[in-house]
Design a protein around this ligand. Structure first.
Ligand code: ADP
Ligand code: MG
Length: 238
């Protein structure tokens, strides 16, 4: 992202955001509630149209108005705080739907890929269950699996543990750590600073519509240089 600007009416949320996520990297966005973290992820996924600036994805300028939005989105996986699983479909059905409808994968291959993905997230035995029969942590792992099964070049994860009971947060963060180790490229926002410290390649602090401070977790979380970053982190730890 270069100079990305996004307003809602006269409320400027993103003023000039510069951000780079390298292949295989995990970049963690931090920032106060309302600082624009979700808006940034939604801009990356073209759910919002930016007012100015450029977003380049795998070499393509995806802010070009002529871009095929569906084609770009098909190369990304997006997971929200609320899992948004299809309640009337089985877990397996949730995973195969996009594969078949968007990616035009044949039913038998879609089933195979979905089964392999469920195995990878440790939920093989739940393939035929309905989402409602799973715990929140399991549902979120299904939502992540559903995004991953299409083999996206980038995973966007918006506070994926925020809606979970505390005892269920760990299993989802562990899955994200595994994905990072497997080389999955991720841009995510979270308040889980221990996770950010352990897994992120970079931590970027969003404040006042810009990336106010960015660096390794040790730099930004351990030795922040900006007063605003220090204030944010101390409020978080209070
Ligand atoms: P964060 O995820 O960091 O909490 P958001 O990106 O959700 O922040 O929101 C940033 C600001 O943009 C907030 O003030 C929010 O009210 C506003 N905002 C987000 N989406 C919309 C929208 N669709 N219309 C109007 N204002 C919005
Ligand atoms: Mg948000």
């Amino acid at each position: 992202m270069t100079g990305v600007r996004k307003s809602f009416g006269d409320h400027v949320v993103l003023r000039a955001v510069d951000l780079v996520v390298g292949a295989g990297q995990c970049v963690v966005l931090i920032g106060a509630s309302g600082s624009g973290k979700s808006t940034l992820l939604r801009c990356a996924n073209l759910l919002e149209t930016v007012d100015d600036g450029v977003i380049t994805f795998q070499g393509d300028d995806i802010t070009d108005p002529r871009v095929d939005v569906d084609e770009v989105r098909a190369r990304m996986g997006l997971v929200f705080q609320s899992y948004n699983l299809f309640p009337h479909l089985s877990v397996l059905g949730n995973l195969t739907l996009a594969l078949r409808k968007v990616h035009r994968v044949e039913a038998s291959e879609a089933d195979e890929r979905a089964a392999a993905m469920l195995d990878r997230v440790g939920l093989s035995e739940k393939a035929h269950a309905r989402p409602d029969d799973l715990s929140g942590g399991q549902q979120q792992r299904v939502a992540i699996a559903r995004a991953l099964v299409t083999r996206p070049a980038l995973m966007l994860l918006d506070e994926v543990t925020s809606a979970l009971d505390p005892e269920l947060v760990g299993e989802v963060l562990d899955l994200l750590s595994d994905l990072k180790a497997e080389g999955v490229t991720m841009l995510l926002n979270t308040h889980e600073m221990e996770f950010a410290r352990d897994v992120a390649d970079r931590v970027s602090f969003l404040h006042d519509g810009v990336v106010h401070e960015s660096g390794t977790p040790d730099q930004v979380l351990g030795d922040p240089q900006q007063e605003r970053t220090r204030a944010f982190l101390s409020r978080l730890r209070a």
